[in-house]
Design a protein around this ligand. Structure first.
Ligand SMILES: [Zn+2]
Length: 280
């Protein structure tokens, strides 16, 4: 069974937990989409096919976690938590559900969220009950318990360690000058193999992307491939190393910025918003 699929389709309302990004206008956005949620019923559409969301062999629909333990794996939960009612087509897995229709019942913003932002959220979502205390919200809105949920979800630490170790080896090889790589048959073979593997994985991610996270992973893979090719170009190779260096700088800066006390992430809008559901 998969995290958000695999169990028999469900009938009736399912109460589940999720997080949102908060725009400075007070609108609530999913983590990987620029389409904001409305005050009442939201209806998911499949971005790839003409079927109704959620389809069992697709990844469309509104995502929500089934248990606080599963939700805790999402960093966004530290800032924003929402209890949502889901209905219509609903597929369930070990971590939570994907649903056709969803409505926000209750919302908790971390106490450091600025007062002006709370007011804007309240004005945008008059039907949503706002809570200052997360425990109070959970007590007032108990989550549905489904048989497919895994009570103790675990992250795949070993797979992540493998990806990190592989990337570190790739970065080390791509930082070496070409004559050093040539001087040792083992290094040379490892370098060629790294280019082959990183290239194949990047191509697979880019062509087979089914989820926004895949595009992000493909962009990182592309950076790694150009980093690995850099030794071929001597000093000019530093141009090929720029995407990775820039990415590391931005990621470090963003992380350090988020560590400051009283930090609450607010999204600055880029363009006109598209709504799910009735307010389109
Ligand atoms: Zn779909």
């Amino acid at each position: 069974m998969q995290p958000f699929a695999g169990a028999e389709p469900l009938v009736g309302e399912v109460i589940a937990l999720r997080t949102f990004r908060v725009e400075e206008s007070g609108l609530l956005l999913p983590l990987y989409s620029e389409q904001c949620w409305s005050n009442d019923t939201n209806t998911a559409a499949c971005p790839r096919a003409s079927h109704e969301a959620p389809a069992d062999d697709c990844d469309c629909g509104f995502y929500a976690y089934g248990t606080p333990q599963a939700a805790a794996q999402n960093r966004g939960m530290r800032h924003v938590q929402a209890v949502v009612s889901c209905w219509g087509g609903v597929v369930a897995g070990t971590q939570g559900i994907r649903a056709q229709h969803a409505r926000i019942d209750a919302l908790w913003l971390h106490p450091v969220a600025p007062e002006w932002l709370r007011k804007r959220v309240a004005a945008r979502y008059p039907l949503v009950r706002l809570y200052d205390d997360v425990e109070q919200m959970r007590a007032a809105h108990p989550l549905s318990v489904l048989p497919s949920y895994d009570p103790a979800p675990t992250r795949n630490h070993r797979a992540w360690a493998g990806v990190l170790a592989g990337s570190a080896v790739g970065l080390a090889l791509g930082a070496l000058p070409l004559d050093v790589l040539r001087s040792s048959p083992a290094l040379w073979t490892a370098w060629l193999a790294a280019i082959g593997i990183a290239g194949a994985v990047t191509l697979w991610l880019a062509l087979g992307a089914r989820f926004p996270g895949h595009f992000v992973a493909a962009a990182i893979g592309f950076g790694l491939v150009s980093w690995l090719l850099a030794p071929l170009f001597g000093l000019a190779g530093w141009l090929l190393r720029m995407p990775v260096l820039r990415g590391v700088l931005v990621a470090t800066g963003t992380y350090l910025w988020s560590l400051r006390p009283r930090h609450f992430p607010v999204v600055v809008p880029k363009r006109e918003r598209v709504y799910y559901g009735a307010r389109a």
